[in-house]
Design a protein around this ligand. Structure first.
Ligand SMILES: [Zn+2]
Length: 294
């Protein structure tokens, strides 16, 4: 495990999910905690080896790859966890994450650690933007990707932007990027382009001093999926068939988990296209279909 300094007392642990780290004297604040117990254990050992104390995990959102280490770290170190109310609800009742994707209690194949973190309590509810404790860390709303995601800005002018931005490599690999609200995600990208910071640290991309090119790539990716969905609806089509068609178009092979993640993202695009009066839902022969309205 490697800890990289960005500026002043702000560090991060690079990995599949970048974990942020802010130090104040002996005390450590983390931004997210990684996927599981194992990730939590590595972080705990590292912090202990430096004779520091984990004070708090600031959870950007409740996707398992970001909060899966919370339960272990809370138990081992007695640290607090801070999160927004809706994200806290899923951290505490983590079966809600696969439930959201399937819209019923999850079946075996989707009850896995990638979709469902170990449940863990949240101690500090972040109800409004800005500073939420004595660390001086600021919570900044970054809506769109999940229910109530936040980024975290440190007093060293480092901005952890969570899953508002993905790397170009991931955009190319997955094509359909998880999103719950397309308009909010686009607004968040525009917001990030207007921000100044010494460093921007996405969870799934390298730290960068200029977020604009990546924000633009992420915007293009979202719009490409919306366009693909719209083009699939030359005649009335159901959502599963749209997922299949968009998948073929991008050359994707999908596991059950990937199908459900893509299906949820495509549902968000359908909502957005409906909002823009480009598609309309209709029930025909017992199927909910989407047809072009212009
Ligand atoms: Zn993530």
């Amino acid at each position: 495990m490697e800890k990289r300094n960005l500026r002043g007392s702000t560090f991060f642990f690079p990995g599949k999910v970048n974990v942020g780290c802010f130090e104040k004297g002996e005390d450590v604040w983390l931004v997210d905690s990684g996927l599981d117990d194992d990730a939590g254990r590595k972080l705990a050992r590292f912090i202990e080896s430096e004779n520091k104390r984990l004070r708090c995990i600031v959870g950007t959102h409740s996707n398992a790859d970001h909060c899966g280490g919370n339960a272990f770290l809370r138990k081992r170190t007695g640290c607090a966890v801070a999160a927004t109310p809706l994200e806290a609800a899923i951290m505490e009742y983590s079966f809600m994450e696969p439930l959201m994707l399937w819209s019923a209690f999850p079946f075996a194949e989707i009850s896995n650690r990638f979709l469902q973190a170990k449940p863990s309590s949240v101690d500090i509810l972040i109800r409004s933007p800005g500073v939420f404790d004595e660390s001086g860390l600021e919570a900044i709303p970054l809506p769109g990707h999940f229910l109530e995601m936040i980024g975290v800005r440190t007093p060293d002018d480092v901005f952890f932007v969570a899953d508002a931005i993905f790397s170009e490599a991931l955009l190319e690999k997955y094509h359909i990027i998880f999103v719950l609200d397309v308009q909010s995600a686009l607004d968040t990208l525009a917001f990030l382009e207007r921000q100044e910071a010494a460093w921007f640290v996405p969870s799934h991309a390298q730290a960068t001093e200029d977020i604009r090119p990546l924000a633009e790539a992420n915007r293009k990716s979202l719009l490409r999926v919306s366009e693909a969905v719209l083009e699939c609806c030359s005649e009335p089509v159901g959502k599963d068939e749209i997922v299949r068609r968009v998948g073929v178009r991008f050359g994707l092979s999908m596991s059950i988990t990937e199908f459900l993640l893509n299906s949820a993202a495509i549902a968000a695009h359908l909502t957005w296209l409906r909002k823009n009066a480009l598609l309309a839902p209709v029930v025909e022969n017992g199927l909910l279909l989407w047809k072009r309205s212009s």
